[in-house]
Ligand binder design. Structure first.
Ligand SMILES: [Zn+2]
Length: 328
């Protein structure tokens, strides 16, 4: 089989990334191991006959598609809200709560069925002692905006999500526990531990989320498909009911989706628009960008993904294209 990836590729963010930091190159991957993994995984999934670049939905995808919303931070920035680090998207809860609600409503209109409250940075170490007030406010804004649709509480890495080396690891437990408890108390339907680059901190966050009794999903920022698969397994063992890959360039996402197949839980992806020259998003929220994203998402669905959404640089137009796939 042929595979639509070149001999090496990198995950590059050229514009405002998820954390509001300016990291450029996140990781480089060498494909020999990917090729092996893909061969095995595709065979397991019964997909070896398919050309992954084709925009067709596999007949193996029987599970109803769950459509996540798109990004809050980059969408707020696109609408002109200044989001300085370290509080980043949490700033909008003070200065532009109506815009936060408007973004949620736009994702409802687009057809997303799971909506993530703007709690990515409502952490003590990001916003100080007001963290709990801001976290509760974010959940209330989301709940009011999306009505009876599911609200997820975002639990993110304590430090920069592109710097696994900065992770406190096991020492992150108390801070993840306090946010998980507040989000659960505020009534979220799902706890979404997202954008974790460090395996230890990811598992700690999942453990503390699961401990609240709220359904917990793990979304991981990958380095290699093999390590992603290992961390996903550990998150499932800790109680995660769903595993996802997020915040990787959309064009580079398929190998990671394949790595999440056959782990015994629903899986999926919400990817970044990628490089500006990819023409997939980043402010230019055009139909062509959304169409390109949809074509890539179809390959993830063909690989068995049943949960798809958008991360940095995507927007409501991208989510609307995904929601339209429900009818396929
Ligand atoms: Zn992202």
């Amino acid at each position: 089989m042929t595979f639509p990836f070149s001999a090496s590729f990198a995950v590059v963010f050229t514009l405002a990334p998820h954390s509001g930091h300016s990291s450029s190159t996140v990781s480089s991957l060498r494909p020999p191991s990917i090729a092996l993994l893909l061969g095995n995984t595709l065979a397991l999934a019964g997909l070896a006959r398919k050309a992954p670049g084709r925009a067709t939905v596999s007949p193996m995808s029987h599970a109803p598609l769950v459509v996540l919303d798109g990004p809050m931070g980059t969408e707020l920035a696109r609408r002109g809200v200044a989001l300085p680090a370290p509080a980043w998207s949490a700033v909008a809860l003070d200065v532009a709560p109506d815009l936060v609600a408007a973004v949620h409503r736009d994702y409802v209109t687009a057809g997303a069925t799971v909506h993530t409250a703007n709690t990515f940075r409502t952490k003590r170490r990001s916003v100080g002692p007001r963290w709990e007030e801001l976290a509760r406010r974010a959940v209330r804004i989301a709940r009011e905006a999306v009505g009876s649709l599911r609200v997820a509480g975002s639990i993110a890495p304590l430090e920069d999500c592109y710097r696994a080396d900065l992770s406190p690891g096991l020492a992150s437990r108390d801070e993840h526990r306090e946010l998980a408890r507040v989000l659960a108390d505020e009534g979220v339907d799902v706890l979404l531990c997202e954008t974790f680059p460090d395996p230890t901190e990811a598992v700690v966050a999942v453990e503390e989320a699961v401990r609240t009794g709220v359904e917990t999903w793990a979304a991981l920022l990958p380095t290699t498909p093999a390590s992603l698969r290992d961390t996903a397994r550990a998150c499932i063992a800790a109680g995660a009911r769903v595993v996802l890959v997020n915040c990787v360039a959309a064009k580079d996402t398929l190998p990671f989706v394949l790595a999440l197949a056959d782990l015994g839980v629903p899986f999926g992806a919400y990817a970044n628009a990628g490089r500006e020259e990819d023409g997939i998003g980043w402010g230019a929220d055009t139909e062509s960008g959304a169409r390109a994203y949809e074509a890539l998402a179809r390959t993830w669905i063909a690989a068995g993904a049943s949960i798809v959404g958008g991360c940095c640089g995507t927007g409501p137009a991208h989510i609307a294209r995904l929601a339209a796939l429900q009818a396929v």
